[in-house]
Design a protein around this ligand. Sequence first.
Ligand code: SAM
Length: 257
Amino acid sequence: MSETTITPATLYIVATPIGNLGDISQRAIDVLTQVDIIACEDTRHTGKLLSAFSIKNKTMSLHDHNERQRQEQVAALLQEGKSIALVSDAGTPLISDPGFHLVRHCRSLGLKVSPVPGACAAISALSVAGLPTDRFSFEGFLPSKSGARQATLTALANEQRTMVFYDAPRRAIDTVKDIVTTLGGERYIVIARELTKTFETIHSDTAENLQAWLEQDPNQLKGEMVLIIEGYKAVENEISAEVILSLIHISEPTRPY
Ligand code: SAM
């Protein structure tokens, strides 16, 4: 495997593991080693990742609260010819993580932005859910308050694509109750918890059964989770316009010649 050579004046968007350190790519290690500076959500958190791979490099914080100020600083460094990596605490930056404003700013200035792909909890969960993946809708975090959560779910009641959410497992019972209320107890759900970690659990059932399963096992309310909801399926005995037309055609009386 050839070692990566990084390009000057480039912002690298580098994915990091979502739990299992073995999921880091060789290219991510090479880029994080060679760039001039690493922008990260939490310098202490990323410091631990870097030391696990014996990477000694400078870090700067870039999080939701300072991203707008940092974008100018990062763009100026890139314009000087420096190369910079952006990482988040885990997974792919920008996916429910900071970086959108920075990337938009850099691209608007014509600066090079290049991905170093890797783990993403949403895609990892989708890959094992056993629900249609030809089309899906990533919905990010569900609101933490029940009223807002029910409103979000109600607005998605007729969404036919598989829906992927991030949510806290400690709220899982309340969330699943809200799914029963808004989408019905028969809606099929997949919970993907602690992916790539020791207590990885992937469990799927109807919303009603899943609620009972969560209520009898408090261990399922720990860690991190992705929730996937099957898309809305038109009721099978609903007769489509096409079927009605074909019935009309069949029942047409034979014309006399
Ligand atoms: N950028 C990250 C990515 O690419 O997946 C997501 C960051 S978001 C702030 C964190 C959320 O991702 C968690 O609350 C959880 O819903 C989900 N998540 C992250 N790691 C996970 C894991 N190992 N197992 C299940 N869900 C995870």
